[in-house]
Ligand binder design. Structure first.
Ligand code: CA
Length: 249
């Protein structure tokens, strides 16, 4: 295992925090291919699972933003996967859209009872699917649905890769940009340094944990001019959070 120092950090694999990760849980190969192709084209990252067991593993490892969950799966059913995710504190609010076959009306109702956010009946059009995904995203994580995220007087534009505070441009390096983008999506939620490394640097890159502190320092320096409130909260022995009470000074 090698430690990459601050200046000698290896080139990062393309991992933009701006792209939501969707896990497709479906055992029909032609449908998974079609879904992943279209989702990627629409600007999502995609992971695929062919059964419920694999789905639960992927959720643990990759912390997706949304799950498209087929009802009929080998071994653990989609509904059981949904139930298990809802029973866990860390996945209780994870958006889930169930895929059901036509005519399974009772199943649909049961699906929503179990905690799915929405369902869509096969066969469906991609237009319909993306409309449902956007609606669920907007409802559950407003920040993920839009290119421009605002918090107080801070404005982060993912499309333009630009941050403004009040009337001025804030110049951030790519890592600081991704850090802010990640934190601002979950106001009030505390992330450990390890979680931030995974989310911002990627889990396949080995970087020292204290590197996070260095980049948080740079982010603060760029973001906060004299007399301005610091939107980044340091939580002792826990990590960092975007202050949910942050407003303009
Ligand atoms: Ca199936």
């Amino acid at each position: 295992m090698t430690l990459a120092g601050e200046s000698a950090a290896p080139p990062k694999k393309a991992r933009t925090a701006a792209k939501p990760l969707v896990v497709v849980v479906e055992d029909e190969a032609p449908l998974t291919t079609l879904l992943s192709y279209n989702l990627e084209r629409e600007g999502y990252r995609v992971s695929m699972a062919r059964d419920g067991e694999e789905a639960l593993l992927i959720v643990d490892e990759e912390r997706p933003d949304l799950i498209l969950l087929d009802w009929m799966l080998p071994q653990i059913s989609g509904i059981e996967v949904c139930r298990r995710l809802r029973a866990r504190a860390d996945t209780r609010n994870l958006p889930i859209i169930m895929l059901t076959a036509r005519g399974e009306e009772a199943d649909r109702i049961r699906g929503l009872d179990t905690g799915a956010d929405d369902y869509i009946t096969k066969p469906f059009s991609m237009t319909e699917l993306f409309a449902r995904i956007r609606a669920v995203m907007r409802r559950i994580r407003p920040a993920l649905a839009d290119d421009v995220v605002r918090a107080g007087e801070i404005q982060l534009d993912r499309a333009a890769h630009r941050v403004r505070r009040g009337g001025r441009d804030v110049h951030l390096g790519p890592t600081e940009f991704r850090l802010l983008d990640h934190l601002i999506q979950y106001p009030g939620r505390v992330f450990s340094r390890e979680q931030l490394l995974d989310a911002v640097w990627g889990s396949d890159v080995y970087v020292e944990v204290r590197t996070v502190d260095v980049h948080i320092g740079r982010l603060r320096k760029a973001l906060n001019k004299k007399g301005e409130n610091d939107p980044i909260r340091t939580v002792r022995s826990a990590g960092y959070a975007f202050d949910e009470t942050f407003e303009a000074p």
